[in-house]
Design a protein around this ligand. Structure first.
Ligand SMILES: [Zn+2]
Length: 123
């Protein structure tokens, strides 16, 4: 005689998780939730991903959102560097705010522009 229940085609899907305690080691027979596990073996955890999830905050923490923000920050740095180099080229270096002059990307861009100008200079 088998201890396993008879499986009917219309019966709900079973959880199948490995059980502990008195039933130790045998598969859980409780009906499964949409994610394939019963309410006690992870069926209730998690949730829909993306905007369908109630905790969705506009996507700023999503992979695409983070990439977009990273790109925007790079655009800002590029723009600031361009401004700094252009001001230098027109002799308006003092117009660049101190807060920008100190920043690494500005320093690097100015040093590169200076080096390029020096290299061009015929001697
Ligand atoms: Zn289960």
């Amino acid at each position: 005689m088998s201890a396993e229940p008879v499986q009917y085609p219309q019966a709900p899907k079973r959880c199948g998780a490995k059980t502990r305690g008195a039933r130790g080691g045998r598969p859980c027979r409780t009906w499964a939730m949409p994610n394939g596990k019963c309410r006690m073996h992870g069926g209730k955890s998690g949730g829909p991903t993306g905007p369908a999830n109630g905790a969705w905050r506009g996507g700023k923490y999503s992979r695409a959102g983070k990439e977009l923000i990273t790109g925007l920050h790079q655009m800002r740095r590029d723009g600031e560097a361009l401004l700094a180099v252009s001001l230098d080229a027109h002799g308006l270096s003092r117009k660049l705010p101190k807060s920008l002059r100190r920043r690494t990307h500005i320093r690097r861009a100015r040093a590169e522009a200076k080096a390029a100008a020096k290299a061009k200079e015929p001697k």
